[in-house]
Design a protein around this ligand. Sequence first.
Ligand code: GDP
Ligand code: MG
Length: 163
Amino acid sequence: KLPQVVIIGRPNVGKSTLFNRLVGKRLALVDDQPGVTRDRRMGKAGLLGLEFEAVDTAGWENEDDASLPGRMRAQTQVSLKGADAALFVIDSRTGLTPLDEEIGQWLREQEVPVVLVANKAEGNAGEAGILECYSLGLGEPVPVSAEHGEGVADLYSALIPLL
Ligand code: GDP
Ligand code: MG
């Protein structure tokens, strides 16, 4: 059985783009609008020869949903069950939002090892966001650009000791 890696984060940070990058097929729906990924999507992922099952989630969509702390969290919790590691994706261009902090705090309470992924880090636009997300207390962020395929080797290095 392949190790399972679940991709978590608030809407629009690039979870589905990262999933597509890792899985290499258009299995996840990517859209500019938040809330597009309705289901969990799974796919066999390859990262520099490391194979795992990637899970794209939408568990923290509906930012306005009053039931977020309950139902949405429960959905993500289900995704985490049986996961060997989580990729917590933030948008290094917009920086941290309250929802990022909330998800980060929640993840710190889970048993699953977490790799903090600072996406959209192509160019210099993400530098402040990369520094800022050290404050999440989830270790060193791995800057990547899911869209441009940058940071893949560093993601591999961060993930491989966890699997
Ligand atoms: P999700 O809601 O977290 O699944 O995010 P998506 O994968 O649907 O991406 C949301 C938006 O961010 C889309 O417009 C993507 O094209 C864009 N995006 C994703 N990855 C990157 C990246 O590495 N750099 C930039 N600049 N944009 C990205
Ligand atoms: Mg998505």
